[in-house]
Design a protein around this ligand. Sequence first.
Ligand code: HSE
Length: 400
Amino acid sequence: MIQVAVLGYGTVGSGVVEVIEKNKQEINKKSGEALNIKYILDLRDFPGDPYEEKVVHDVEVILNDPEVKIICETMGGIKPAYDFTKRALCMGKSVCTSNKELVALHGPELIQVAHEHQCNYLFEASVGGGIPIIRPLNYSLTAERIDAITGILNGTTNYILTKMEREGADFEEVLREAQEKGYAERNPEADIEGYDACRKIAILSSLMCCRNVKYEDIYTEGIAKITPEDFVYAKSMGKTIKLLAQSKEVGGKMYAMVAPFLISIDHPLSMVNGVFNAVWVHGNMLGDSMYYGRGAGKLPTASAVVSDVVDCARHIGKVIMCFWDDEDVELTGIEEAERRFFVRVPAQKEMDALHVFERASVVEADVPGEFAFVTDQMAEKEFNEKAGQVGVISRIRIEE
Ligand code: HSE
């Protein structure tokens, strides 16, 4: 029997216990040995809960129990998760986590500590919830040179954008409704401003280039400025708007960013709606592949954590390879990235805009008092200079 402990009995932690209990037969068979939840760490008590007897309040009980071989860290945040994780790994206990903040900040260090102690630090649930994406990058696509990853990596913002598109509603209204329904957090800043997606693409980018992409270096822009009018224009262009997290290697230069983009309705990511997530990966041999599913929620995320538990159970005392060195990748600033931009200006600035942006293609839509157009392909830096000269209402980047 392999003893397991769960740190944090919140949404994901209680999901982990539920998945291990409900799918006991399949999981034990695939682990090669039966798994048993020995402890659940939480500050709270859970009177009446079927697992209340397993709840402990002191992490030392878990760390000092030599029987515990696998720990699920579902606490979130950096403190005290970092300390608990590192101490567990130093004692040879494998850790499986859904904690994207911690993986993005300390991933390479914790992987190395794990390997030095013949155990593993696995994080399938940290990106894309229940969608298998870490394992495909680590195991399945090892024959590829991956040069681009683009993802819809945040369910909250994708839900909001989908609703805005379908109902013509404005951002604040949909956000309020999402919060009332429990889809969006009371403090939705990390989702809305793109910080959550930024950490997730930092993790994927690091696995893409086998070195460390620091999330602090990734240009990040959220969706708070997107309006119903933007969707009116998008529709007239045969496009939609998605918050994309992307990293690309072009001519030896590595770019990474998170921002709302206009994408064609023929783009595979345009069909990813509501709380769903997807990750599109381009490899030099395989070409395109896409991974789609539930990017958040109790059971999908817990399922991914438990898949890591099974992997750890199969590799007790052995290291599972993960290619993520601590050498930092130097990202190229997005000012150099070339693309087309969709731009809205007040109607009276039409002539100025056409003068400054040569070869602009006009976008016709029924929005009074405005003139809208798509620029030629140009570097972000050049666009910003020109937009500054004209004085624009807004701009959205176009993903081709
Ligand atoms: N807040 C995140 C989302 C949860 O909306 O996608 C999953 O990481």
